[in-house]
Design a protein around this ligand. Structure first.
Ligand SMILES: [Zn+2]
Ligand SMILES: [Zn+2]
Length: 78
C-alpha cells in the first residue's frame, strides 16, 4: 500500500499490544484512539466505546468517509 497515513500505519493500538490482527481500522473522534472494527476478531472499537463511552468512531480506511455512532447506531457522513 503506497504511503498510508501515519495514524493508519500504526494499526489497532490494542491489537499491536497483544499481538492480535485486525481487519479494518476505526478512529475515535473524541480521543483519537485507533481500534479495530467488528469484523476483526477482538472488536476493539466496540470495547473502546464500552469502556470510555466515546460514542463516535470514524473509518480510517483509504477512501472511506463515514463514522459510526454507537449510541444512536447510525452511520454518520464525514
Ligand atoms: Zn484491535
Ligand atoms: Zn476515545
Amino acid at each position: 500500500m503506497p504511503s498510508p497515513k501515519a495514524s493508519y500505519a500504526k494499526g489497532c493500538e490494542d491489537c499491536v499490544k497483544m499481538g492480535g490482527e485486525w481487519v479494518h481500522l476505526r478512529e475515535c473522534l473524541a480521543c483519537g484512539h485507533m481500534a479495530c472494527c467488528d469484523s476483526s476478531p477482538h472488536r476493539h472499537a466496540t470495547k473502546h466505546f464500552h469502556t470510555t463511552q466515546h460514542a463516535v468512531m470514524r473509518s480510517v480506511e483509504p477512501g472511506e468517509r463515514w463514522g459510526w455512532c454507537y449510541v444512536d447506531e447510525v452511520m454518520v457522513e464525514m
